[in-house]
Design a protein around this ligand. Sequence first.
Ligand SMILES: CC(C)=CCC/C(C)=C/CC/C(C)=C/COP(=O)(O)OP(=O)(O)O
Length: 316
Amino acid sequence: MIRTVESEPHASPPVLAAYSYCEAVTGRQARNFAYGIRLLPTPQRRAMSALYAFSRRVDDIGDGALADDVKVARLEETRSLLTRIREGEVAEDDIDPVAVALTHAAGHFPIPLGGLDELIDGVLMDVRGETYETWDDLKVYCRCVAGAIGRLSLGVFGTEPGARGVERAPEYADTLGLALQLTNILRDVREDAVGGRTYLPADDLAKFGCSAGFSGPRPPEGSDFAGLVHFEVRRARALFAEGYRLLPMLDRRSGACVAAMAGIYRRLLDRIERDPEAVLRGRVSLPGREKAFVAVRGLSGLDARHVTRRAVRRRA
Ligand SMILES: CC(C)=CCC/C(C)=C/CC/C(C)=C/COP(=O)(O)OP(=O)(O)O
């Protein structure tokens, strides 16, 4: 998949207004990913903001307080809107800025919009209250809600002409999404439990005596909660190492965006590893200055080189 848009795509005033709306949503809500998105050139940054705003809408339906049948209806309406976007049927003066921006972005970048259908499928799994017996089962969910976002983003980034192994780029983008999602699941384990959701595989929970769940600020009595967290952290790190193989296939700014997104989440993982019970006490997060520092490192390529070197050593 080679980048097809080199120059800034023409955008009319209503399209520019639609992109501004999506960028405002991204700036306000993407507490971690906005740092990477800001590193992109304008056309790619706008396209990523359109993708973010659409994905946020889908996620918010799933996480909101509506009755389950209403959520399902809203998600199916969003799927119909996606079909209209895919068919290029949304006019530039449509009242829905997210649909306008995404239609424009999809007209200028080879974005595999089917990934947003997968995201809707993943959120429907949430609404149905699905739980996961094994990591293989959980992977199906993570591919829908995060791997798909990685593959969609790759459509915006494109790949460098002549990059080696480029046919595997979508697979690596997908794997990076899995790494981010597993980190997100670890970070939000308490919040999700309070909301009645368990994502971690039941067989892992059983192995570490955690089947009783995580409704309080302390681990279940007699469990090896730290053992469970360390086990999942190792799994996430292996996924990051594999997903980072994407980086040499991207241009500098896209690589910086991915390195910033992944770098911030990897630092969350470091914090969680150092103090596993922190995820039961509240939401583990990084201060803004640390996220900015990671983003700057992403731009200099430092973070990425460090991780890919470690991945190569591990394979050797
Ligand atoms: C190649 C590439 C770009 C791969 C990355 C794909 C990607 C960005 C996946 C998103 C997965 C994820 C953890 C979403 C949570 O969003 P959230 O809004 O809940 O996150 P937050 O709570 O940390 O703000």
